[in-house]
Design a protein around this ligand. Structure first.
Ligand code: HEC
Length: 91
């Protein structure tokens, strides 16, 4: 994963699930959005996060970039993502 490897902060996340490295390219290793258009997701409610990911997947929530990001996630990866980001301290 080139994007993740190029970012030292992300490369340090040795103990987090691989899929989180992918999301962290935009949402940050600490769940803080990297630019003004990318929301912070650290400490967000797990139920809310799961609903948003489902909504992007089904097309109920439309955002071309995020819809592409979630389309191939497995159920296990979604569980890992929701656990990781919901347990981080909110920013
Ligand atoms: C290329 C950048 C990028 C990547 C990679 C990315 N996201 Fe996003 N994400 C965004 C942007 C931009 C938005 C804001 C979408 C909008 O305006 O509706 C967003 C929105 C979200 C939201 C909704 C937050 C809220 O407050 O409603 C969640 C949850 C989310 N992303 C999770 C993820 C997860 C999980 C991954 C990894 C599978 C991921 N994102 C990968 C850019 C990205």
């Amino acid at each position: 994963m080139l994007v993740a490897a190029a970012d030292p902060a992300i490369a340090q996340m040795a103990d987090v699930p691989a899929i989180v490295h992918y999301c962290a390219a935009c949402h940050g290793p600490d769940g803080t959005g990297r630019d003004a258009e990318t929301p912070n997701i650290a400490g967000q409610s797990g139920i809310y996060l799961r609903r948003q990911l489902d909504a992007f997947r089904s097309g109920r929530r439309r955002h071309p970039q995020m819809q592409r990001n979630v389309e191939s996630l497995t159920g296990r990866e979604i569980d890992q993502i929701v656990t990781h980001y919901s347990l981080l301290p909110a920013r």
